[in-house]
Design a protein around this ligand. Structure first.
Ligand code: NAD
Ligand code: UFG
Length: 349
């Protein structure tokens, strides 16, 4: 398996760059396809420096079928990890066509090219955002889906497409059917412990951890806590934060599972990647202040539209079938976020 070639779409981005590093370190050959819409090629320069190994980079859009076909013909990958996508919830509400075109149509083109090249192993970046409302805050894979914004719906649509694709292979009795892992991420945060790669959001961050880090370093003046009247232990929203390095290890385990005998031919299966426990916004602020010694000024603000009170994973299936669970704790996540932020106050620039 170690000599296999993994083609990583969106490999220059936050999670993709961490995945490329772990893949290189695990002995895979790595080919990245990224249009740099939300990333900088510097991330890949740093990945190669850290790994002491090279990867192959193509600046291309996954919607460019000819470019993708040429890349597949040249590189003959064994497996694809598909990170490429746009991910800002608010932007997806303002520009839904862009999100459906980029994420859904992009995945259609990718899978058509994969089919034609007979590359049938895929690990897809899905999201906890595909889940609908539930009576329990701890989400299992069989819970009903019901995304509530265009970004989330683009992920749910892609999951449907991939499930249909697998089913069609079974129906058509094809010799080499698809094997697909749909990885539903909870809240990825943190950075590689070298501080050389990390999350480099464009403009003002939407997500809690990068916002807190930018307040701590003085780029932003104070944090707004979106809602203190939720039915949670301290009234603020609870999420399942997961260290990005743990998250990408889940992808390596998924590749191993796709290559193993327990993942049936023609299977398309969803796995939660989360820690299985949640932290509130105030607990995150407390941890950040304790670990870094920085004060985080904050003010209580109204709830943000579309936010749930509490959401965390049941990660039992990933443990049972992928042999994966998180290893890092909240202090690691805070430490590594802060290390990246202080070493790269302007991101990759
Ligand atoms: P990111 O924006 O840092 O990385 C995505 C990468 O895909 C970027 O480098 C971007 O340039 C590239 N890209 C986008 N559209 C492309 C296209 N059409 N062709 C080629 N490249 C394209 O985001 P991330 O946080 O690393 O997320 C990676 C994946 O994980 C995304 O699919 C995202 O939806 C999913 N996800 C992320 C989170 C999160 O909180 N970060 C949570 C759940 C799921
Ligand atoms: N929050 C604040 N202030 C902020 C930002 C966030 O109080 O400035 C709160 C939110 O209300 C929420 C918690 O912090 O309670 C976490 O919010 P994030 O925006 O960091 O994360 P979300 O859970 O809202 O969503 C993220 C991604 C989604 C993805 C989801 C699950 O943005 O795209 O995790 O993976 F789908």
């Amino acid at each position: 398996m170690k000599d296999q070639t993994v083609l990583v779409t969106g490999g220059a981005g936050y999670i993709g760059s961490h995945a490329c590093l772990e893949l290189l370190q695990a002995g895979f050959k790595v080919v990245v396809v990224d249009n740099l819409a939300n990333s900088k090629v510097e991330s890949l320069a740093r990945v190669q420096k850290l790994a002491g190994k090279t990867l192959t980079f193509y600046q291309a859009d996954i919607r460019d079928k000819q470019a993708l076909t040429d890349i597949f013909a040249k590189e003959t990958p064994d497996t694809v990890i598909h990170f490429a996508g746009l991910k800002a919830v608010g932007e997806s509400c303002a520009l839904p066509q862009l999100y459906y075109h980029n994420n859904v149509y992009g995945t259609l083109v990718l899978t058509e090219v994969m089919n034609a090249a007979n590359v049938k192993q895929l690990v897809f970046s899905s999201s906890a955002t595909v889940y609908g409302e539930s009576a329990s805050p701890q989400y299992s894979e069989h819970f009903p889906l019901g995304a509530i914004n265009p970004y989330g719906r683009s992920k749910a649509m892609i999951e449907d497409i991939l499930r249909d694709l697998s089913a069609s292979d079974k129906l058509n009795n094809v010799e080499k059917p698809w094997k697909i892992a749909l990885l539903r991420y909870f809240n990825p945060i943190g950075a590689h412990d070298s501080g050389m790669i990390g999350e480099d959001p464009n403009g003002i961050p939407n997500n809690l951890m990068p916002y807190v880090a930018q307040v701590a370093i003085g780029k932003l003046t104070q944090l707004s806590v979106f809602g203190d009247d939720y039915p949670t232990r301290d009234g603020t929203g609870i999420r399942d934060y997961i260290h990005v390095v743990d998250l990408v290890q889940g992808h390596i385990k998924a590749i191993a599972a796709l290559n193993g005998e327990h993942f049936a031919e023609g299977e398309c299966k969803a796995y939660n990647l989360g820690a299985g426990r949640g932290y509130s916004v105030l607990e995150i602020i407390d941890a950040f202040q304790r670990v870094t010694g920085k004060t985080i000024p904050y003010q209580m603000s109204p709830r943000r539209a579309g936010d749930l009170a509490e959401c965390f994973a049941n990660p039992a299936l990933a443990l049972a079938e992928l042999n994966w669970q998180v290893e890092k704790d909240l202090d690691d996540m805070v430490n590594d976020t802060w290390n990246w932020q202080t070493k790269n106050p302007q991101g990759y620039q």
